[in-house]
Design a protein around this ligand. Structure first.
Ligand code: ZN
Ligand code: ZN
Ligand code: ZN
Ligand code: ZN
Ligand code: ZN
Ligand code: ZN
Ligand code: ZN
Length: 1777
């Protein structure tokens, strides 16, 4: 940028010209002239090219400054007629702020819509308005804006109630609508008018200018230079990569510049990529065009003269300026609207606004955005002009849409997208329909753009090219506009509205006619279909139109006259479609059971059939409305009912339903998947309302107008089953016709399907208008049947229910009547469960069940019944079985297995005759036939489900009769008499048995056992009805007591069930425990499943394992020092998970290893700003107390032989090599990096830790005191120093004249101890050491590096600290609550640490020990010892204790290791106390507590020590008078260290912990100190040895680092260090969205970030998944998240992708997974991707769970498991996020 800036030098001559410029003079001159237009153009022609576009860089800031000075200022002056600073202020005073909020949404900004009050879903509020509105208490939906669009606050038409927020609430006083211009003087109005005209005209001229080298008249520059730009334009064809690649070639720029060019082109729509003379630019253009024309249309490039570009730049600026100026006053806004819409000289549609709109598709993206914004802030904010603008928009609609079809930009940047702002205003939409005939225009335009027709004029989408598909997608936006227009239904109709709506309906019917019968299919026989036919386009169209069709019906439902006319029109259209209905198809006569009917010969299986019948279906919908609105009864004379031909009405829908049946029967297998898909969508919830459902209604409508016998015969004939049921001896057909099994099978399925269809025709009465139901009964029934399958989450239910055009299912209104809500736990989601009392409405043959749903529901309901029956059986036995109500209420135990049909609501009169189907002769004939077949056991001749359906039908008929009897006052009213019909035997000659007789016959048939209950129930019902008919008086009082009893027992039952479950759980737990105690600690092999099942339970209970329980509770236990307890010697035997052999852990035995995962960690970091260390030179010997980077080791606890593991790992490696050669697949683990999955639990691991036996301390003889030991160790160190010097080459060491230090006799410096370990253990020691070193330092493995042991000790200390924190956070006791895998891991880490010196060079380790000790005991030979404030004491303790082994091995004096360890421990503890006191900070004002005798001593000691420190350190340490405060600081500050030390020594020596530490009881401090061989008054450590420690103390305090740190020169960590938490998240998710929407990409200057992502560890917001923020990391391009993890989380990251509402885990560059976010909606569900938009709130438990994963270092493990479970996660380029 800087370099480019210097290219551009403003000529000095110009500067003087600029300096002499006077704004006032220019404006005054303009005020004089008559032709302002000419004058201003002249001014612009002169100045614009001098200000803009003088170099390769467009838009530097100085341009804007100059433009403001030279161009805008005179305009403003002219406008005001005075200094604009005063003029504009005056205007502002009189401004009437608009009641509309009009806030334009940024990309990603949250928007809110009220699901209760919004007129339609496009009505939205900005966050500010929402929070101040009534809707925040309503059921609302939250989405993120895609940019564009504005807040509808204040628009009274957008909201059913609460249109204003608090801020936009209008004042009552100024609510009278006065003309805003009233406040302005006429002069002012005229000036304003003039200046707006000129400026807007100029802007329009320039933005619509299409010549590259010329300017409009009057704007030619006075002097022309030869400077050009090569301008690159945006399109939607080329990818980012293509553009970047091409630019690098064409203009020879760097990758970075090319990325920046491409980003700008994408954002602004164009960008100059080269500046220079014409030829120079032309060259670049030709290269770009050549390079991009290969596969597609080339990129658009223009070589434009610099003055043209300059004027275009200023034109945009001018539009901005207009937008800015009208912000001062509503009057100015109105004048601008007038100017814009004023008709130009060319007459109609020639205003400036029209011109802009009509050139929209030719403008670049940036220009469009600017003028769209201006439209929004002017035309759309002024209600009067909004209307006028809408009219112009409607007039131009066709042309705009046609341009848009050819436009290669997305719809959001097209002016056509403004339709949503105009058409969704109900009054406006109504006005545009009546005055501009908008409905017809939209539909016409739509139809005209779909040109592909077959010979009959129907749409034909076969062989669609990509280009056409693209266009087809664009055309669909027109349907969206139509939806906007129709979305609010009129409350009042004018004649004109009726006329125009019906005209629109005519056009719409034309469209539907083109769809009626499209994509017909013909059954393929013989061979399989060759090419799958295109079907998606037709279904897309159908799906898009679904809501339109529904809305048109709803419009019709609001006006009787419209409904009648619409019905007529639709019928005419259908008749027209079927004009050739009977042509060429021979009429035939069908007869059966004494009835006969004429129909045509037609076979679905042989002729063309189509699934698309929108005209029939619309008619079906309107027919229902006739009934619902009672038009059919009130104005029958106006309806063409006599013209209806029921057989014609049902013909096509019936064919479609038969097609489905045949597909189920497998007859269309050769037609491929396209047909299967079509059938699927036909029934799918997205389509079925206007497809399957309406076909069924049409059948109902047709059948209601026909003789039921005729109807059934036609159905039989279309199902191609007529011949089976019509033959005289059909009841015996299978005796002879069993030749072709396939045909029999097919016919069975078809019969089942047909019976199901009959049930649906008679039984589906839940739509208002068909049955006598309420509006919400339908949706209740849908929900009920979904929940009969299983309990479901809210979102599952929503998916299963049809949504209306407002994306509402209506579920919320009724859900509580049918279901109860069960809250989710920490995982899973909330579920709705069916209310038990609703189960009796269950219908097994519910029409929206798929076959799979049906069988699931059947199983679930039967199970439920059996469970309930067990309890209710006894109760109901008391009921008298004679009572018919009980039989029908189905409470008796005998009918447990039955799922009889539910009681149905009665039909509406128009459909009432449908019930007669149930008692017609043909149906009885069919029922009888099936029952007769069932007498003999099936051999494929009939099917169980066929019989089941027949029984169900009989049940329906009986219930119908029962209902009618019950509802009638006298039984002779009831003409429906199925019981009579069913007991009549067949007539001569066949004389077949009656249905009743057959049933009685079948009830005891052994092969029908499953149906026995149902048949009994039927017979009982028959008996009941007969009694009812016999009794003259009404016997049908329903006894409520029966059902009451059931409910009560159901409740008891529930309780019993819970109790039973609890008991089972207890038993299972006990079993697990019993098995536990039997087994060794590592029992997993034998009980893998059990282990996985109850890991959680087991984790908590391992404390009982033997080794941990105290050996003798009386003896005080100590884990360190000469008095430390010696646990009983016990053989430690483990089992290898790979070879299952047992093995004892012995130093000289075969090595056993533990799978382990080592990772870098910043979880405990107190300083995230520390830059990562340079791995090559970093000295890790001392850990800083800020713990900024650590190395954590974890293990799944699974043990293997080292050789078994090696063999396993080699196999994994080999397999991986083979796999990589074959195809480039990633795995969840990186073998090259030593990673593998634990062979047993698949836990990610990257090394193994060897298991070592416990170290045995020697029995203690007389041990030296502190003073003596200090002397001994001083001598030893001196001896080692001189010995080490001898080892080094003389030249490198400074010659020191120092006396040879004679080593103490018992200390042999050159003694090489024998290595106690077997070769395999030695090998494993190296393996683990190297791995820890490699991972911890991020270096290549190097077995010789002296830092290896340091890294191992450090990892041991870090892991202990991390576990200690975790126990505190989880409020668990220090001992006994760790899962055994962590116990094992810590033991092996500690023991490994004490042994690892044997694998390293001994002097090196001794050197480490010397340097470590020198930090405490000054050693002149060690340089640069750190100051004690820069040392983490637990790390020091662990390292120094573990490294001492290398020194002790040379000592033969009988000095015990234990004694040394205790001295070291005491010394470090004192140092830590000093550290704490130095950092304790000033006294807090707290209530001092009364102290007892003991405390007083402690406090006094603390005071004394503190004062000693002050004498050394001086004034840097504040004066503290309160010993209470100091002692409290010491006690709380040191506790984590003591606990860590206890864990360390416990695992190192295996001394059992005292029982008090296994619980969280008081008095822990004393016990802990005792266990650690410390006095409970820690200060005694110091005061007891004051003479010895005083010099050390002095040394520590006088270290220069102390003063420096205390005075703020470093990181001062105070103790105790608090556990780190993930950042606090807001309760309401939209706060996060809002935060993210104002976040801009930090690299591309104020751009919105596409994927703003929040680091949950540190709270940084990042611009993820985007080119702009990619950085290079270790030679690879990585996204912002990956880059951040390396700084913030040492490679591990936890993020929240805000727009997606998704948690992202990252590890390294290649691993990652998505994780459920901690935000839930009110239904207990997450909303990943923010698709549903329910308000989301923070779930604290879930967030804590994520935090726990992080604190436990389990993120990488979690990713591994997720990737193993879902392989697609492996392929994602995580590093680019
Ligand atoms: Zn708003
Ligand atoms: Zn508002
Ligand atoms: Zn509301
Ligand atoms: Zn083994
Ligand atoms: Zn494992
Ligand atoms: Zn971070
Ligand atoms: Zn960015």
């Amino acid at each position: 940028m800087a370099a480019a800036e210097s290219d551009r030098e403003v000529p000095s001559a110009l500067c003087t010209e600029f300096l002499n410029f006077s704004v006032k003079d220019t404006a005054s001159k303009w005020l004089q002239v008559t032709d302002l237009y000419k004058e201003v153009y002249h001014h612009l022609a002169r100045y614009v090219p001098k200000i803009y576009c003088l170099g390769p860089n467009l838009n530097p800031q100085s341009e804007d400054l100059l433009a403001q000075m030279l161009l805008q200022a005179p305009l403003e002056w002219y406008l005001c007629g005075e200094d604009p600073s005063t003029g504009l202020a005056k205007l502002e005073q009189n401004n009437q702020p608009s009641q509309l909020c009009g806030h334009v949404f940024k990309v990603g900004e949250p928007t809110y819509s009220c699901r209760e009050c919004a007129a339609d879903p496009t009505c939205v509020l900005c966050m500010q308005c929402f929070l101040g509105s009534v809707h925040k208490e309503h059921r609302y939906r939250m989405t993120t804006s895609g940019g564009g669009g504005f807040c509808d606050c204040g628009d009274t038409e957008a909201w059913k109630k609460g249109p204003y927020c608090q801020k936009h609430e209008p004042n009552i006083s100024d609510s009278c609508q006065e003309d805003p211009l009233a406040h302005l003087s006429t002069d002012m109005i005229a000036r304003c008018y003039n200046v707006f005209s000129v400026v807007l005209k100029y802007a329009v001229d320039m933005l619509t200018w299409d010549k590259e080298d010329e300017l409009p008249l009057g704007l030619e520059p006075p002097d022309r230079s030869d400077t050009y730009y090569c301008m690159l334009f945006n399109d939607e064809v080329h990818t980012y990569e293509q553009v970047i690649y091409t630019l690098q070639k064409a203009v020879n720029c760097t990758q970075k510049e090319a990325v920046s060019f491409a980003t700008t082109v994408d954002r602004d729509g164009r960008k100059s990529v080269r500046f220079g003379d014409f030829a120079f630019c032309e060259l670049a253009k030709s290269v770009i065009v050549r390079n991009t024309s290969r596969q597609s249309k080339p990129l658009r490039v223009q070589v434009m003269h610099s003055s043209v570009v300059a004027h275009q730049c200023f034109a945009l600026k001018a539009l901005h300026w207009l937008g800015h100026v009208i912000g001062y006053s509503d009057a100015l806004r109105r004048i601008l609207c007038q100017v814009g819409l004023e008709r130009g000289p060319e007459g109609e549609n020639s205003s400036l606004v029209d011109t802009l709109m009509l050139c929209d598709s030719k403008m670049w993206k940036g220009a469009r955005n600017v003028y769209h914004q201006l439209f929004m802030s002017s035309l759309l904010m002024d209600l009067k002009y909004k209307k006028l603008f809408a009219i112009q928009f409607a007039k131009n609609y066709r042309r705009l849409q046609t341009d848009f079809m050819e436009d290669d930009h997305e719809r959001v940047v097209s002016v056509t997208s403004l339709s949503v702002q105009l058409f969704t205003v109900p009054t406006m939409a109504r006005m545009l329909i009546t005055e501009e005939n908008l409905m017809t225009t939209i539909i016409r335009t739509f139809v005209d753009h779909l040109r592909h027709r077959d010979l009959q004029g129907r749409f034909q989408f076969e062989r669609y090219t990509a280009q056409q598909a693209f266009k087809f997608r664009r055309v669909q936006s027109l349907i969206g506009d139509l939806k906007y227009v129709l979305i609010s239904r009129p409350t009042e109709w004018s004649d004109q509205l009726r006329e125009k709506f019906l005209e629109g309906l005519d056009t719409f019917l034309e469209l539907l006619k083109c769809m009626q019968g499209m994509d017909p299919v013909v059954r393929q026989v013989g061979q399989h279909i060759e090419m799958e036919p295109e079907w998606e386009a037709a279904f897309t169209l159908q799906m898009k139109l679904t809501h339109i069709i529904s809305m048109i019906q709803e419009w019709c439902a609001t006006d009787e006259r419209v409904l009648i006319e619409a019905y007529k029109k639709c019928l005419t259209a259908l008749t027209h479609c079927h004009s050739g209905f009977a042509d060429g198809e021979q009429p035939i006569t069908l007869s059966m059971c004494g009835h006969s009917v004429d129909t045509i010969r037609y076979c679905v299986s042989q002729e063309k059939v189509s699934i698309h019948l929108p005209v029939s279906r619309l008619l079906a919908g309107l027919h229902v409305l006739l009934s619902k609105m009672e038009v059919a009864y009130r104005f029958p004379e106006q309806l063409p009912l006599s013209e209806l031909s029921p057989p014609m009405l049902i013909e096509h829908p019936l064919r479609c339903l038969v097609l489905c049946a045949q597909v189920h029967a497998g007859m269309w297998r050769r037609n491929g998947f396209s047909l299967v898909n079509q059938i699927y969508y036909y029934h799918n919830v997205k389509c079925r309302v206007e497809m399957f459902d309406k076909d069924l209604i049409m059948l109902q409508a047709g059948a209601s107008m026909m003789d039921p016998n005729h109807f059934l015969m036609i159905v039989l004939s279309r199902f191609e089953l007529y011949h089976i049921f019509s033959s005289a001896d059909c009841r015996k057909r299978y005796n002879r016709e069993n030749a072709n099994k396939d045909v029999v099978q097919q016919n069975n399925t078809l019969t089942e399907e047909m019976l199901h269809l009959i049930m649906m025709v008679v039984g589906e009465r839940f739509e208002a208008g068909i049955g006598q139901v309420e509006g919400c009964d339908e949706i209740k029934r849908e929900i009920l049947h979904q929940l009969c399958i299983r309990p479901m989450a809210h979102s599952e239910l929503v998916k299963a229910l049809p949504e209306n055009e407002n994306k509402e299912t209506g579920m919320e209104r009724v859900i509580d009547c049918v279901a109860s809500f069960k809250k989710p736990g920490v995982t899973g989601r909330g579920l709705y469960e069916l209310r038990p009392e609703c189960a009796k409405q269950f219908n097994l043959y519910f029409h929206h069940y798929s076959r799979a749903d049906q069988s699931k529901a059947e199983e679930a309901q039967r199970k439920l019944k059996r469970q309930n029956g067990e309890d209710t059986g006894r109760a109901s036995q008391r009921e008298t079985l004679a009572s018919i109500s009980v039989v029908i209420g189905r409470g008796t135990q005998e009918h447990l297995g039955t799922l009889p049909p539910p009681v149905l609501p009665p039909f509406c009169p128009l459909f009432a005759s449908l019930v007669n189907i149930l008692q017609c002769d043909v149906l009885l004939g069919m029922l009888g036939a099936v029952l007769q077949w069932a007498v003999e056991p099936s051999a494929g001749h009939w099917s169980e489900s066929m019989l089941q359906r027949v029984l169900h039908l009989i049940g329906m008929a009986l219930l119908e009769e029962h209902q009618q009897l019950e509802n009638s006052s006298e039984d002779n009213d009831v003409y429906f008499n199925f019981t009579l019909k069913m007991s009549r035997p067949g007539e001569a000659p066949s004389n077949t048995a009656s249905v009743l007789a057959l049933l009685e016959n079948l009830q005891n048939a052994p092969h029908l056992e499953v149906h026995e209950d149902m048949i009994r129930w039927l017979l009982k019902t028959v008996a009941g009805i007969k009694t009812m008919r016999e009794r003259s008086a009404s016997t049908s009082t329903v006894t409520a007591s029966g059902s009451r009893g059931q409910e009560e027992t159901a409740c008891d039952k529930d309780k019993a069930e819970r109790k039973r479950k609890a008991e089972m759980a207890r038993l299972r737990r006990e079993k697990v425990m019993a098995q536990m105690s039997e087994m060794q600690r590592h029992f997993i092999n034998e009980n893998k499943e059990l282990f996985q099942q109850s890991l959680e339970e087991l984790d908590a209970s391992t404390s009982t394992s033997l080794e941990h329980s105290p050996a003798s509770p009386d003896a005080a236990l100590a884990c360190v020092g000469p008095r430390r307890s010696r646990p009983r010697e016990k053989r430690q035997v483990v089992t290898c998970i790979l070879c299952q052999e047992e093995q004892e852990i012995r130093a000289d035995g075969k090595a056993m290893v533990l799978a382990a995962f080592v990772q870098r960690s910043t979880v405990m970091s107190k300083n995230r700003t520390r830059p990562p260390h340079d791995p090559k030179r970093y000295d890790p010997l001392f850990m800083h107390p800020d713990l900024s980077f650590g190395t954590h080791t974890g293990s799944c606890g699974h043990i293997m032989h080292s050789h078994c593991w090696q063999r396993y790992f080699e196999a994994v490696q080999a397999k991986e090599q083979r796999r990589q050669q074959r195809l480039r697949v990633h795995t969840s683990y990186d073998v090259g990096n030593g990673e593998f999955l634990c062979p047993l639990c698949e836990c990610l691991s990257n090394t193994v830790i060897p298991l070592l036996p416990r170290t045995m301390g020697s029995s203690s003889c007389d041990q030296p005191g502190l003073g003596q030991w200090l002397k001994i160790s001083g001598q030893q160190i001196k001896a080692m120093h001189s010995a080490h010097r001898k080892l080094q080459p003389v030249s490198t060491v400074e010659e020191r004249v120092e006396e040879e230090c004679p080593a103490p006799e018992v200390f042999t410096v050159d003694y090489i101890p024998t290595n106690p370990y077997s070769s395999t253990i030695k090998e494993m020691l190296t393996t683990f050491g190297t791995a820890t070193y490699k991972v911890g330092l991020k270096v290549h493995p190097n077995e010789q590096d002296p830092r290896i042991p340091i890294m191992c000790w450090s990892s041991c200390a870090y892991t202990i600290q991390s576990i200690e924190r975790l126990l505190v956070d989880e409020k668990k006791p220090l001992f006994g609550s760790l899962p055994c895998r962590q116990d094992d891991c810590l033991s092996s880490l500690a023991r490994f640490g004490s042994a690892c010196w044997t694998a390293a060079c001994q002097p090196t380790v001794q050197g480490h020990f010397i340097r470590l000790l020198a930090a405490l005991i000054p050693d002149p030979q060690v340089e640069a010892s750190p100051c004690i404030l820069d040392v983490d004491m637990l790390h020091l303790l662990v390292s120094v204790v573990l490294s001492y082994g290398s020194v002790h091995s040379q000592d033969s004096s009988g000095l015990s290791v234990d004694a040394v360890q205790l001295h070291l421990f005491h010394l470090i503890t004192v140092a830590h106390m000093v550290q704490i006191l130095l950092t304790s900070g000033p006294e807090e004002v707290t209530m001092e507590q009364e102290s007892g005798e003991v405390e007083r001593g402690e406090e006094e000691g603390a005071c004394r020590l503190y004062n000693t420190l002050r004498t050394h350190v001086g004034s840097s340490l504040p004066e503290v008078g309160s010993g209470w405060h100091l002692w409290r600081c010491v006690k709380t500050g040191i506790l984590p260290y003591l606990r860590g030390a206890a864990l360390f020594f416990h695992h190192l020596h295996g001394v059992p912990a005292p029982p008090e530490l296994h619980a969280l009881c008081p008095g822990q401090w004393e016990v802990l100190c005792g266990y650690l061989s410390l006095p409970s008054n820690l200060l005694q450590l110091f005061h007891g040895q004051q003479e010895l420690l005083e010099p050390l103390l002095h040394g520590w305090c006088t270290h220069p680092g102390i003063q420096q740190t205390l005075q703020g020169g470093g990181v001062l960590v105070s103790f105790p260090r608090e556990s780190n938490s993930l950042i606090d998240l807001p309760d309401d998710y939209s706060a996060l969205i809002n935060q993210a929407s104002s976040f801009t990409c930090p690299k591309s200057g104020g751009d919105k970030s596409r994927a703003p992502t929040l680091c949950l560890v540190c709270g940084s917001m990042l611009c993820s998944q985007s080119y702009c923020c990619q950085t290079e990391l270790e030679g690879e391009d990585v996204g912002a998240c990956t880059a951040h993890t390396f700084a913030c989380g040492a490679g591990v990251g936890i993020f929240l992708r805000v727009r997606e509402s998704q948690v992202l885990f990252l590890a390294g560059k290649t691993k990652g997974c998505f994780y459920a976010p901690p935000y839930l909606d009110d239904y207990g569900e997450t909303d990943q991707g923010l698709r549903r938009g329910n308000p989301l709130h923070l779930c604290h438990e879930r967030y804590r769970k994520i935090q726990k994963l992080w604190r436990q270092h389990s993120i990488t493990e979690e990713i591994g498991h997720a990737q193993e479970a879902n392989q697609t996660l492996v392929g994602i380029d995580w590093q680019h996020l």
